[in-house]
Each structure stands twice: as structure tokens, then as C-alpha cells.
Design a binder for this molecule. Sequence first.
Ligand SMILES: Nc1ncnc2c1ncn2[C@@H]1O[C@H](COP(=O)(O)OP(=O)(O)OP(=O)(O)O)[C@@H](O)[C@H]1O
Ligand SMILES: [Mn+2]
Length: 588
Amino acid sequence: MRRTRTMRLLMRRCSRTVFLSLALTSLALHLLLVALSPLVYQSSCQLPSLGQIHRHTLGARALTNDSSTGSDSPGDRAKTPLDIRKEDSAKMDIIGPQRIAKLNATRTKIDIEEGQGYKNSSTKGARPSDSLKTGRRKGQSGSLVKKPNGSAVSKLEALFNHPLYNIPTPPIPEDDWLMKVKPKPTSERSTQMWVSDREIDYDPAYWNSTSESHPPWLRFHLGISRWQLYPHRDVNMEPLTQQLSKHRIVSAVQRPGGTQLKLVISFPNYGQAMVKPMKQERDEESNTNLYYFSDFERHNAEIAAFHLDRVLGYRRIPPAVGRLVDVVKEIKDITTDQKLAKTFFTSPVGNVCFYGQCSYYCSTEHAVCGRPQKLEASLAVMLPDSSLASRHSWRSPWRRSYSRSKVAVWEKDPHYCNTVKKTPPYDKGTRLVDLIDMTILDFLMSNMDRHHYETFEKFGNNTFLLHLDNGRGFGRHSKDEPSILAPLEQCCKIRHSTLLRLRLLSQPQYRLSDVMRESLSHDPLFSVAPLLSEPHLSALDRRLATVLQTVRDCQERQRSHRGGGADEVIYDDVSDYKTSVTPVTPAG
Ligand SMILES: Nc1ncnc2c1ncn2[C@@H]1O[C@H](COP(=O)(O)OP(=O)(O)OP(=O)(O)O)[C@@H](O)[C@H]1O
Ligand SMILES: [Mn+2]
């Protein structure tokens, strides 16, 4: 009896040991698995390419769940593109042919009426955009409107709450995201162990599959889709712009290519930005004797263009913010670019200046100068490197001649659009109306320099157009440039969703100049001076009226030529809402 009991006791102890060791082995295996599968970011390539961009390697250390990049504010940890991918992205407002096709299956009723931004139950109580503060600021003065419940709301919030900016959409298919997060094959681990000698300047990168561990610039990259650069009410916008304007700059080099001086700077979390320095005072108008191709690039135009693009509901310009850069501490002292370093000097009044190397205005006479060291600049978040997401550059069919004597074909041939319409990629899909969207943006800011536009190659011809390089906008407020509208005038086509938003912006309760003033008041440089002077803001309203008049003229011409029938001027991208959409009528 006693022996049997001892045996049973021994057996129990033995099996406990076996279970314990099994559990320990399993735990160890799990830990090993976690350690060997850091998650990286890829489109066609993977994180090593990211390492190439920054001349550093990161992924090998992305082994832990520790999100201590030391830079993200608690607000960063809200909903991110990755989270959005996982959940129903019903709040994302992207108008594209594919999406519209899908909408046929998911008919949604929204009620768009003149001045009835709160009628849609789905947007009732919607949070104001995270990138917009609710507090009243100087730039908001006179821009408050009454909600149906009597409380006041800013015009910009009212605009962004409007159903036209909150069209429910089905989830975005996996292939419609520009970048992917996927487990990194373990074999590449060793290549990522290389450590740069300037490592000390950068934060350790503990990134994994959880979006909270990603820095805002990476979240921005992961949030780019086939139809837009970032979603409406992007919770990442505030942390992203905060970092651009405040983060320590650890590297500054000249960006090669292009005609004018610009820099690429890097942050400790490996984020990068394209920097354009201030070259012209806000209230200065471009010299009328300068051709558009020899005009200065303006830092405030880059910033204002980003705001305008967002206000128009396009979201096709990379976020850009203003910053007072210390030209000594944040450029001269840290640059590894010898060519750039050589061009620094102190002006007769003691300001630190530099001019860099480029084909236009890179000389002592055109140097950019700090006061005495602080220089205003625009910082635009860099798109994913082309080794990760290649872009196609398209020559605009309405490109100007870039010659003092030649005239472009479109300037001589009023039927030029008939040729363009038959030419790929303008003969199919939304390319033509996308180009006209861009035309409207350019006319509003009077940018004559849109010689090219870009698209992400991954999405082929069926995608949005990137509106990069907006520095030559907002040069003159006292004059409009009707020739910029040539594509709209000659093709007489406009996206319905664009037209509806433009009409909304022409109404007093959403007035374009008011929402732009308010939007720009959130830029850090607002404390130095408003990004756009009042005459520039008024010019926006005047030009918007011209765009709407051009559309009406087109419709009138069409009616008189062909009689009644369908409206061929409007490209119908909102037909699914037609039953419930009451057209927004223009003011006046
Ligand atoms: N935010 C960005 N991220 C990545 N690349 C960018 C970004 N903005 C611009 N670029 C790229 O850099 C190139 C040069 O920038 P940009 O056009 O603004 O400068 P530029 O001096 O005006 O050039 P150009 O004289 O050719 O018009 C652009 O053609 C574009 O491909
Ligand atoms: Mn340019």
C-alpha cells in the first residue's frame, strides 16, 4: 500500500515536472518567435530600403512591444491608418470610380442641402477634426456659424462636418493601400544589424506590428491609399504636423534636382521633410515682369496649398507646416553637405545667410537669411522613398511653353481638349476630371507652374494625382490668371463632388476665405504673421466665383448647342446619392 502511494506521488511529481518543462519550452519558443519576427514595412521592398533612405538600419531592433520612441504624444496613440484598415472605414471619404462602383451595392442615403450640414445622422455629434482646435483664435474671428441646436461652431468645423466631406464608403481593399506591414523574413536580420556612426542622433526604433509603436511619418505612409494621401479627420495629422514643426533636426542636406534651393531634413525618429526657405515677404506681390518660370518659390504658398487642397476635400498634397529654423544650429552646424556648408556667410547687418547650389537664385545676391539666425521655412512631409513606392511623372497636356517667345498648342487651339480626350490616359476613367480638379486648385492659388504631376505607379492609371510643388502659387492677389482654367473651359467637365463642394464654399456660412483663414491660423508660423494676407484670401473668393461661372457658362453653351438632355458638363461621381442629394446652389 505504502509503496503504491509512494509510486503515485512520484508519478504525480514527475508529470508535474514534464508539464512544467513543456510549458517553459513553449514559452521559450513563443519568445523566440516574437524575437525573430519583427514587423516591417513594405510595398515591393522591405525595411532595409528604409535603412538605405536614412543610411541607418532600424528593423533589427524592432523586436519589442516597447513604443518608447520618446517622441509620440499620447494623442498619437489614437486611431491610425493601420487601425482604420482593420475596421470598417465607413468614415473615409474617397471618391474614385472603383469606390463609386462599390457604392452601387451599398446605397447610402445622405441629405445634402444648402446650409444643412448637420442633417446627416451619421455625422451628428461627429468629433471635430483632430487637427483643428476648438478654441477660438484670432484667425477664426468672424468665422463662427450657428448649429441647429443654437451652439456656435467654427466655419471650418461646420465645413468638415458637412455630409459632402463625410460620404460613407466601404472598407478599402488591401491592394488599394500604398504600403503594407508584413512580417520580415528572419534571413534578412543580419543585414539590419549594421549601425551608423551617427546613430547617436537618432532614437532607437522599436517598431512592430502595432500602430502605436509607429512614428507619425510612418503612419502617414501607411495611410496612403489609391484615392488619397490621408483620410478626412486624420487623427495622425496633429502629431505629424507637431513633429514637423517642433522635432529636433538631426540632418540637413540639399535636395538635388529641381530649380531652386531646397533641403531635406531628418528627425530623430527617422522622419524626413522637404524644406523650402522663405524668399518673399507675405505682402509682396510677384514682379509682373517675371515669367512664371522665373518667379520665386514661396514657403507660405507650399503651406497654404496644403490647407487649400484639404479644404477642397482633395487630400492630394503632402502635409506642410511652417517653422522658424535656426540656420546655424539646425542647418550649418549639422550638415554633412559640404557644397551647402560652403555657401554660408554673415550679412553686413549680422544675419546668417546661405544660398546653396541650384540653377535658379543660388547666388550671394539671392541668399536666404536668418534674423539673425531664425529663418521661416515650409516643411512638407516626405512621401515614401521611390525605392519603396515609385512614382510616375506625367507631363501636363496644358503645360506652358517655358519659353519667352513660344506659345503652347492649347493656347492656340480652342478644340485642343478633343485631342486630349482621345489620348490615353485621358480617354478613360477619371484622369481628365482629376486634372481639372488640379486646374481648379491652381487657378484658385494662381499657380501657373504645373508642368508635371505625379501618380503612384502601384495604382496604374486608376488613382489620384499628387499635387506636388506648389511654391509658385499665391504670387499675385490683384490679378487672376484665366489661362490656368483652360482645361475646365476647353473640356467643360467637372466632377460632381468637386462642384458640390465648391458651391458649398461659395456660401457665406462656409466661405472659402474664412475657412482658409481659420485653417491657416493653426500653422505654427501664424504667430509670426498670417500665412496669407487678406488680399490673397479675398482673391480666393473672387476666383471661386469665376470657377463656378465657368461651369455655368459651359452648361449654358451645352444647352444652347444640344438642347436639353443629360448634363454632360458634370462627371457623375455621386449618382448613388442622387435620390437624396439636393443640389447645393451657389451663393449670389
Ligand atoms: N513631399 C515630398 N516628398 C517626396 N518627394 C517630393 C515631395 N515634394 C516634392 N517632391 C519631389 O521633389 C521634386 C522637386 O520638388 P519641387 O518640384 O517642389 O522643387 P522645384 O525646385 O520646384 O522643382 P522644379 O524646378 O522641377 O519644379 C518633385 O518633382 C517631386 O518629385
Ligand atoms: Mn517648381
